[in-house]
Design a protein around this ligand. Structure first.
Ligand code: BES
Ligand code: MN
Ligand code: ZN
Length: 490
């Protein structure tokens, strides 16, 4: 896993600035008043910080923006970064400030003079989250270098506040690494083995192979993987931090390591992007990592369906009819609508085996959700307003875009098949909703459930608030917060 940038918290020390060789960051609120640390840096630079803050430029900066004084006279530092952040600014602004500093840092050591700022831990989280680069496949990758030191009042308290945030950052990095990994590296077997290693975190991990899946009746999932030389798996991760008898939250993820579309082959252009089609499962794995690292007082079970959708003489054909684990039959009209075929059996197994208190699935399920919501919001579908509202609140607090979409009988009707219980597609109109309706058929009425279609947000071509281009780790922070707020005891 890509390591987090080493970060430490130390006492305020105005004598450390003059000789610091990397970058020094000071924080100034909207009122333009310099604290003791910023005053010292300003004095060293013969008033440059004070002049910047007095200039029109500072007035135009938004919360979390950074302005740089390069190679300041009077200091050994290569730059002084002036952050605009007031005491009352929100979490997103503090994270943006940290991310801005991380982006400017390059490989230099960063010393942040946070003083008594209330948002120091959130700023640190933003910095660590943005300090990410996927270079596993580069032969001449530069070694990651440099560290971040946050100088603050009561460093032990800030460090304790930052610790659970760093667990989330680790989880998000794991999600990003998995989602960025090419399909010849992250094969189904390599993926299952990597998850198995998470037992070292205190998780119980069970890898179910094809023989086991067949005995459970997961024919639909197996039908997606049968055209690939790589075997299919379902991997179950269990975290038991709650009361022994409490029903768990179930997280279910689509783990298609590569999606060619199968016999309903995708067009060649852009097909390489389908290496991220296991993004939903990667969020599940990232959340399980995060809650294990911070020892969450909750019971959570993560289940991921790991398959590869390939083309071969043994691949499922359009027109084939498969009987799901639940017992319903599906006419496979389009082999490229494979995610729902994987998830239906995993959702069913999750309910049969774990009787969850609630269930949330994540999947890069439809291109249609990108047409609807672009790359700003994941599609949220739910049969339970209370759970759904709680999730939307968590996502908002973490600045992870999420937008609720409708469900309804008229959409479900589009799945009717002439020869089987249902078709696997409902046609082009409302493509994301009919996909969700398909999944809903495998959710019991009394099970509160959310489906997150993350096709637009799991991996993006432009950088986002806290991530460079590529895999974002979307959802790890929101789900971690939902677990903390709703499923954890005191
Ligand atoms: N993995 C794709 C969805 C996808 C598209 C994810 C773009 C990320 C970016 C999914 O398996 C798929 O192929 N969906 C089809 C469904 C259609 C055949 C009903 C789609 O969206 O075109
Ligand atoms: Mn597909
Ligand atoms: Zn897919």
């Amino acid at each position: 896993m890509t390591d987090l940038t080493p970060i430490s918290f130390t006492d305020n020390d105005i004598d450390a600035f003059a000789s610091h060789k990397g970058r020094v960051a000071v924080i100034v609120g909207a009122d333009g008043k310099l604290d003791r640390l910023a005053r010292r840096v300003s004095r060293l630079t013969k008033g440059a910080v004070a002049r910047l803050v007095a200039a029109e430029r500072f007035g135009k900066m938004k919360p979390g923006d950074v302005a740089t004084l390069a190679y300041p006279a009077g200091m050994e530092a290569e730059a002084v970064d002036v952050v605009r952040l007031s005491r009352g600014d929100d979490i997103a602004a503090a994270r943006k400030a940290g991310a801005g500093l991380a982006k400017l840092r390059g490989k230099a050591d960063l010393l942040v003079a946070a003083g008594g700022h209330a948002r120091a831990a959130q700023l640190a989280f933003g910095a660590v989250m943005r300090d990410y680069d996927y270079d596993d496949q580069k032969s001449a990758a530069d070694p990651r270098a440099g560290k971040i030191v946050v100088m603050c009042t009561k460093p032990d308290e800030i460090e304790a506040k930052a610790a659970p945030l760093m667990a989330v950052a680790e989880g998000a990095f794991l999600t990003r690494d998995l989602t960025n990994a090419p399909a010849n590296v992250l094969t189904t077997t390599a993926y299952a083995e990597q998850i198995k290693e998470m037992e070292s975190l205190g998780l119980k991990v069970e890898v179910m192979d094809e023989e086991k899946l067949a005995s459970l009746g997961m024919r639909t999932l197996l039908s997606v993987g049968q055209g690939s030389d790589s075997p299919s798996y379902v991997v179950v991760m269990r975290w038991g931090g709650g009361e022994k008898d409490d029903a768990p939250l179930a997280l279910v993820g689509k783990g298609v390591v590569f999606d060619t579309g199968g016999i309903s082959l995708k067009p060649g252009a852009g097909m390489e992007d389908m290496t991220m089609d296991m993004g939903g499962s990667a969020v599940v794995v990232g959340v399980m990592h995060a809650i294990a690292r911070r020892k969450a007082k909750a019971n959570v079970v993560g289940l991921v369906g790991i398959v590869e959708n390939m083309v071969s003489g043994n691949a499922t054909r359009p027109g084939d009819v498969i009987k799901t684990m639940k017992g319903d039959t599906v006419e496979v009209i389009n082999t490229d609508a494979e995610g729902r075929l994987v998830l239906c059996d995993v959702l069913w197994h999750a309910q049969e085996a774990y009787k969850p208190a609630a269930m949330i699935d994540l999947a890069t399920l439809t291109g249609a959700i990108i047409i609807g919501l672009g790359h700003e919001n994941a599609g949220v579908f739910s049969n339970d307003d209370d759970l759904c509202d709680a999730f939307l609140k968590s996502a908002k607090a973490e600045n992870e875009g999420a937008w609720r979409m409708p469900l309804g009988k008229a959409y479900d009707d589009l799945l009717k098949s002439r020869i089987a219980d249902m078709k696997n597609i409902g046609g082009r109109p409302a493509g994301s909703i009919t996909a969700a309706q398909f999944l809903k058929r495998f959710v019991k009425d009394d099970c509160p459930w959310i489906h997150l279609d993350i096709a637009g947000v799991a991996s993006v071509k432009n950088e986002t608030a806290l991530a460079p281009k590529g895999a974002t780790g979307w959802g790890v922070a929101a789900l971690n917060r939902l677990i903390a707020d709703r499923f954890e005891k005191g």
